[in-house]
Design a protein around this ligand. Structure first.
Ligand SMILES: C[S@@+](CC[C@H](N)C(=O)[O-])C[C@H]1O[C@@H](n2cnc3c(N)ncnc32)[C@H](O)[C@@H]1O
Length: 257
């Protein structure tokens, strides 16, 4: 390969946090995924809380498709059409029926009411500020059936250790392309409770490369702060559980009235 045969497309663009998992990020999400969500704890939650159930931020289908495989009546919502396309394709390949909705969880507007509404892992922390988090909690409240329960896992991120900056994780795409992701920089704002990590996504194939730098924002909550937002949305925390992943806390919420 010669230098002239190589073309490079580099884009650095601020994206709305709800659109982070689109384009090259959606393409790289599956192959670069460090862990797939185990469906078992979410299946147990749905069996206990009841169906129908709704996963917010279902992405490309983990654990949603695992739950559908078990025959559970669970639908998904995601703000990324690209992630939902992947989810539908995976479902088709397995012969699974899946219902997914292209909506933002902070503007949820669905015709059904659900006995169980959940996020798998700390996806709620992707809502970048308290106003957006409150709008999402109001949507959860409005979509819970009488007696229904919501499950919201939350975490407080640690700053990325200095030695991990520039360290590249790689994977190979189905078409043989080399996929890479690395941390470029990070800003943490303790008063806004946000950490924004600039991630570099790369795809190299034959003589062509695409490089996209995209900011990934995590917004965290204190227990009191989250419970107060939930109360404003008409929800009460009926339990708060520390998970085996020490940093994750799982809130179970029910309607206040
Ligand atoms: C970390 S991925 C998790 C996907 C999947 N549940 C999994 O574990 O593989 C987070 C997902 O949340 C979605 N998301 C982020 N912000 C959202 C929002 N405001 N409303 C709905 N979905 C959102 C993203 O598009 C992405 O697919």
């Amino acid at each position: 390969m010669t230098a002239t045969a190589t073309w490079l497309k580099r884009k650095v663009r601020a994206v709305d946090p709800a659109d982070f998992y689109t384009g090259i990020v959606a393409e790289l999400y599956g192959p670069l995924k460090a862990v797939s969500q185990d469906p078992a704890p979410y299946a147990a939650f749905v069996q206990e809380a009841g169906a129908p159930a709704l996963e917010l931020g279902c992405g490309d289908g983990d654990p949603l498709l695992g739950l559908r495989r078990l025959g559970l009546d669970v639908e998904g919502v995601d703000s990324s059409a690209d992630m939902l396309d992947r989810c539908r394709r995976r479902a088709r390949a397995e012969g699974l029926d899946v219902t997914v909705h292209h909506q933002r969880m902070e503007a949820l507007d669905l015709p059904r009411r659900y006995r169980a509404v959940f996020l798998a892992g700390p996806t709620f922390n992707l809502l970048p500020d308290d106003a957006t988090a409150l709008a999402a909690l109001r949507g959860v409240r409005a979509h819970l059936a009488e007696g229904g329960t919501a499950l919201v896992p939350l975490f407080v991120p640690s700053p990325t250790p200095a030695e991990q900056f520039g360290r590249v994780r790689t994977a190979t795409a189905d078409d043989g392309a080399e996929l890479r992701v690395s941390v470029v920089s990070e800003e943490r704002d303790e008063s806004a409770r946000t950490q924004t990590t600039l991630l570099r996504y790369e795809r190299h194939h034959g003589g062509g490369s695409t490089v996209v730098d995209r900011p990934w924002t995590i917004h965290w909550h204190s227990r009191e702060g989250f419970e107060s937002l939930a109360a404003t949305a008409g929800l009460t925390a009926v339990s708060v559980r520390d998970t085996t992943e020490a940093t994750l806390q799982e809130y179970r919420l029910r309607s206040t009235d």
